[in-house]
Design a protein around this ligand. Structure first.
Ligand SMILES: [Cu+2]
Length: 398
């Protein structure tokens, strides 16, 4: 986790000046939010201080407004150990209430961080101290449960190491936080959706698409969807039309890179902290073995790709055999864009980036006309349509 700093120190010790260092540091060292470099800041111990506030957020040439924790998007990695006690002091420097919900953690309800339900929320310029024992292990995350702050960057990863030896063997790990960023304020996104539910959907079926065959749909099927006044490509409400899909707070062009040595077992802790986006995750030419889902170890299952719904976490093991780069692709389920990062033996490498695939047409099954119906994700109010992920998890847990 300290790889980059160590390298920079070594370079600096070798007599390189800061000016000379500048071009050596990759794009993601200069973009994103202040304070987030190649690795996420890690906070541990029994006492952790978090400050919620406003931060500028840079993506390409544009700078937007983010709500952050300790100035970072994603928020710092909180790393704890099963069996410890933790005190998390959260100070609110915003002009509105805030909160932190510890997603997936078993804790006394007063510490759950849902305003109006488990506590009153954290008023401007107040500090709230969360304190609870850590009774589990695994990959989790935390986020605001106030207003639309989570959509503006108020989320971060949390890892709890097991009290005993970890049954999952790995030589190295990377935390991969997926999210969706828009320069539109989430209130404005919501307003446009209320005016027109399909506002951000630029991939709807059309008469031209029907006639040319581009919609991959016959007249009778098309008529059926029209009869329901629905579109078979109504997959995501908010899309790549406004979103840039981020990996650890960095856009596709920034090429966030995780380092490996060929032959190592690398554990990727993948967290979907997006506000609205479900992703299909794959690493072309590299099989992934899912070993944990939502913090629970599962019987390992090898996959080429998996779907991760909003708020889910999956841990996978990859063993990149060769001295080459691999692209981590997190493609939005509606194929309106993708997040992209790289696994490589050294910085500055990249692999081929596959094009975004063709948008699928929904079927009656997706509409819940089939036995399955709504799934956990939707029932929890965290988003829709994670059949793929659920199917895979059912298999993994079987
Ligand atoms: Cu949550």
């Amino acid at each position: 986790m300290i790889w980059d700093r160590r390298t920079l120190l070594r370079l600096a010790g070798g007599g390189a000046t800061l000016a000379a260092l500048q071009p050596l540091t990759p794009a993601w060292a200069h973009t994103g939010s202040h304070g987030v470099g190649p690795t996420l800041e890690s906070l541990n111990g029994p006492d952790i201080a978090l400050t919620v506030g406003h931060s500028p957020f840079r993506l390409g040439e544009r700078t937007g407004h983010a709500v952050t924790v300790n100035g970072a998007l994603p928020a710092p990695l909180i790393r704890l150990r099963e069996g410890q006690n933790v005190r998390l002091s959260v100070t609110n420097t915003l002009d509105e209430d805030t909160s932190i919900h510890w997603h997936g953690l078993l804790l006394p309800f007063q510490m759950d961080g849902v305003p109006g339900i488990s506590f009153p929320g954290i008023r401007p310029r107040e500090t709230f101290v969360y304190e609870f024992p850590i009774r589990q292990s695994g990959t989790y995350w935390y986020h605001s449960h106030s207003g639309l702050q989570e959509a503006m960057g108020h989320f971060g990863p949390m890892i709890i190491d097991p009290a005993e030896r970890d049954p999952i063997a790995f030589d190295r790990e990377h935390v991969i936080v997926l999210s969706d960023w828009s320069f539109l304020h989430p209130h404005e996104i919501l307003r446009r959706l209320k005016v027109s539910p399909g506002y951000f959907n630029q991939q709807r079926t059309t008469v031209a698409g029907l006639l040319s065959g581009a919609d991959r749909m016959g007249v009778s099927e098309r008529r059926m969807w029209a009869g329901m006044r629905m579109d078979p490509r109504d997959i995501s409400d908010v899309t790549g039309a406004t979103y840039t899909y981020l990996v650890n707070g960095h856009g596709p062009d920034d090429n966030w890179t995780g380092i490996f040595t060929p032959g190592e077992r690398v554990r990727l802790r993948i967290i979907n902290a997006a506000a609205m986006t479900n992703f299909n995750v794959r690493i072309p030419d590299l099989a992934m073995t899912v070993v944990q889902a939502d913090g629970e170890n599962v019987r390992p299952i090898e996959v080429d790709e998996f779907q991760i719904a909003v708020a889910e976490t999956y841990d996978v093991i990859v063993t990149p055999p060769d001295d080459r780069a691999y692209t981590i692709v997190s493609e939005a389920v509606d194929r309106s864009g993708m997040g992209r990062a790289t696994l490589a033996p050294r910085l500055g490498m990249s692999a081929a980036i596959p094009p975004v695939r063709e948008i699928p047409n929904l079927t009656m099954r997706d509409m819940g006309m089939d036995m399955g119906g709504m799934d956990h994700g939707a029932a929890m109010g965290h988003g829709a349509m994670d059949h793929g992920a659920m199917n895979m998890r059912d298999r993994a847990r079987a």
